[in-house]
Ligand binder design. Structure first.
Ligand SMILES: C[S@@+](CC[C@H](N)C(=O)[O-])C[C@H]1O[C@@H](n2cnc3c(N)ncnc32)[C@H](O)[C@@H]1O
Length: 202
């Protein structure tokens, strides 16, 4: 899984979205995730970490966090902005992390939207195999109001799909993840609802 769109747009993306959170509730969702992740052994993986701002926030909140992203353009920014933090080139399949790496928690904010729905199923299957009981996973994504399968949308950087929160939750449940909570939020400045799902490996 490569990310040509983000490589080409990384500088513009960094100039346009210079902070971790676009809407205040997102910081609260990440804070709630960090609360449940912080006492677990291992690394917290920020999947599709992009510019690295959220990885840095997780570290400030006391987590041993590492960012991974398939876009070296985005990672170049992360490496420059946070030279002391760990960012590695890799995608949502987590194959870049050795089998011995103990994973405490996973966060994937607005990254799985760029994975074709069939491949999201495969990613969830891999996470299900890889993560131990109780591991929290926070997924954030552009959502749909109408129930049904994921729908493509015209994301400015790369191909993307919106999911109905029930559909994503159902996929996760069918692979051994139980939902703890969800937040659905909207903002008049943005065209779609957005969702945060917090699940745990059972
Ligand atoms: C909208 S940005 C979100 C960045 C960051 N997670 C945040 O919350 O600000 C989407 C990121 O997902 C990454 N991405 C795209 N395809 C991916 C994949 N298959 N696996 C992991 N990350 C991916 C992109 O390279 C990009 O950095």
């Amino acid at each position: 899984m490569t990310q040509d769109g983000y490589d080409a747009m990384a500088d513009l993306y960094a100039a346009t979205i210079p902070t971790a959170y676009q809407f205040p509730i997102e910081a609260h969702a990440v804070a709630a995730f960090a609360e449940v992740a912080k006492d677990r052994d291992g690394v917290t993986v920020d999947v599709g970490c992009g510019l690295g701002h959220v990885t840095a926030d997780l570290i400030d909140r006391g987590l041993d966090a590492i960012g991974c992203d398939p876009s070296t353009g985005m990672l170049d920014h992360a490496w420059r902005t946070y030279p002391d933090l760990r960012f590695i080139a890799g995608d949502a399949t987590l194959t870049v992390l050795s089998e011995n790496t103990r994973i405490a928690a996973v966060i994937a904010r607005f990254s799985l939207i760029h994975v074709e729905p069939d491949q999201v199923v495969e990613v969830v299957r891999i996470w299900s195999d890889r993560l131990t009981e109780g591991t929290p996973v926070l997924i954030a994504f552009q959502a749909c109001d109408d129930p049904g399968p994921p729908v493509p949308f015209d994301h400015v950087v790369a191909p993307a799909w919106r999911w109905h929160p029930d559909e994503f939750s159902r996929l996760l449940r069918s692979h051994g993840f139980a939902e703890d909570w969800r937040i659905i939020y909207r903002d008049s400045s943005y065209r779609f609802p957005m969702a945060n799902l917090l699940v745990r490996r059972t």
